[in-house]
Design a protein around this ligand. Structure first.
Ligand code: DC
Length: 269
């Protein structure tokens, strides 16, 4: 990929740049992320950050945990995928940074009332599930400008709490002050089987070996990129979902969330 340089914190909290994309000089000069942990500061509840590699169970868990708590679910991977879809639709392969940044400047990516990802006002939640979109999203996500724009939006949506965010860098970069951080892991072969099942539900058969290769390729790039790589935050709790049922992993996260909420309300009395 074209991006090689490195910055200390690619997505510090920034002054309001409006719809303009800040340049990296501005980003590096802006204030560092505040490390407060006053749980009572958020209006709508706690922030739950769920990170982990591809198909470790993040989406299923985050969605169900959010529904059970009456929280918002924010799938940040879907935002990177929506941008990849835009790049692909413009018949572009993401190899020219200038063109990528041009498209980024005009991209309107958000969520609708159902929690589905929306690109320029249109629900693209189905299109973004394509495997080649996932690979392109992983490639484009190494670009600091892409990350800066999407992270800014994620922070704006999540800052009042009452939200479950899933991704790769939520506990380390987007909300390092999240009250609960979960890092999900699972064996690669189990993850490939889960992905296969998901595609089968959508009527597509993809050989297991192909899926396993794709997820290993993505994991490697996501872990090794210079900016906001996938890694477990030091204060995250690791949950291995290899042998857990969906219900089991949801219950485990809910237990941890409830403990944090009780702690939070006892602090505010
Ligand atoms: O979670 P997902 O598989 O839908 O994410 C697609 C790609 O987007 C992933 O391979 C890397 C990138 N991504 C990221 O860099 N940071 C995030 N917070 C979420 C996703």
């Amino acid at each position: 990929m074209y991006f090689e340089s490195q910055t200390s914190d690619p997505c510090p909290r920034t002054p309001d740049f409006g719809s303009r994309i800040p340049d990296l000089g501005q980003l590096n000069d802006s204030l560092p992320v505040p490390r407060y942990s006053l749980l009572s500061m958020r209006k709508n509840g706690i922030i739950i950050a769920i990170d982990g590699p591809t198909a470790s169970g993040k989406s299923t868990t985050a969605k169900q945990v959010a529904a059970r708590l009456g929280y918002l679910h924010l799938n940040t991977g879907a935002m990177y995928r929506a941008f990849a879809l835009l790049v692909r639709r413009r018949d572009h392969h993401g190899h020219d940074p200038e063109r990528v940044h041009e498209l980024l400047a005009g991209a309107e990516i958000g969520f609708n009332g159902k929690g589905n990802v929306v690109l320029d006002g249109v629900d693209v939640s189905r299109e973004v599930t394509e495997p080649d979109i996932a690979l392109l999203a992983s490639e484009l996500s190494v670009d600091p400008m892409v990350r800066a724009k999407l992270v800014e939006k994620q922070r704006a949506i999540g800052t009042n709490g009452g939200v479950v965010l899933e991704g790769r860098d939520i506990g380390t970069v987007v909300f390092p002050d999240a009250e609960l951080k979960i890092f999900l892991v699972a064996d690669a072969s189990v993850r490939a089987e889960r992905r296969q099942l998901e595609f089968e539900h959508m009527g597509t058969h993809i050989p297991l070996e192909e899926l396993r290769q794709q997820l290993e390729e993505r994991d490697k790039r996501d872990r090794e990129r210079a900016i906001s790589p996938l890694r477990k935050a030091t204060d995250a709790i690791e949950v291995d979902t290899t042998n857990l049922t969906i219900e089991g992993q949801v219950e485990r996260v809910l237990e941890l969330a409830k403990a944090k909420m009780e702690h939070s309300s006892s602090l505010t009395v």
